[in-house]
Design a protein around this ligand. Sequence first.
Ligand SMILES: N[C@@H](CCC(=O)N[C@@H](CS)C(=O)NCC(=O)O)C(=O)O
Length: 204
Amino acid sequence: MMKLRFSPTSPYTRKVMVTAIETGLDGKIERVPTNPWDPESDIDQDNPLGKVPALILENGRSLFDSPVICEYLDSLHRGAPLIPTNGPERWDVLCLEALADGLMDAAVLVFLEKNRREAAARSQWWLDVQMETIRRTVRELERQAGDFSAKTDLAQISIGCALGYLDFRIADSEWRRHAPTLERWYHRFSSRDSMQKTVPLDPT
Ligand SMILES: N[C@@H](CCC(=O)N[C@@H](CS)C(=O)NCC(=O)O)C(=O)O
C-alpha cells in the first residue's frame, strides 16, 4: 500500500485524491491524516517543506508536491492519461494546472491571513494582492472554460479543486459573478463521483 499524508481541508490533497479515484488507484492508497500546522507533526520527515500532500511509496520513498504526485499516479494506470504525453496539449494541460494551483496558493494565503495570523499583524495590502490574483485567475479560467476538453484531465481536476476551495473558505470571492461559463462547467464537473467523494470538511 502507498500512504498519502493528507488533510481533509487541503485543496492540494483533494487534487491528489480526485486523481487517485479517476485513475482507479484509490484502493491502493492508505490515507494518513496529518495536520501540517501542528508543531508536533512529523510531516517534515516525509516532506522537508513541511506540507501536505506527500505520497509515501511502498519502498519508503516519498514524493511531493501535488503536481509530482499526480503525474506519478498518472504513470501507474492504463486508462486514458490525465496528462497528454506529448504535443502542445501536454503544455496546455500542465500550464492550466499551474494556473489552478496558483489559484489555490492565493486562496490559501487569504485564508491564513484572515484566520490564522494574529489580528494585529494582518495585512490588508497582502489580502488585496491575493484577492486580485484570485479575480485575475478566475477571469482567465472563464476565458478558457468554453474550450475545456470533454475528457477529464489533470488541469480540470486542479481547477475543480481550486474552485471548490474558494466555495469552502473564501465565500466573499464571489467568483461565479463574473464567470458564467466556468460556473456551468464547475457544476457539471463537481457532480463527478471523484469530486463528490472528496468534498472538504472543516474539522473545527
Ligand atoms: N505546492 C504544494 C502546496 C502544498 C501546501 O501548501 N499545503 C498546505 C496545506 S493546504 C500545507 O501543508 N501548509 C503547511 C505549511 O505551509 O507549513 C502542492 O501542490 O502540494
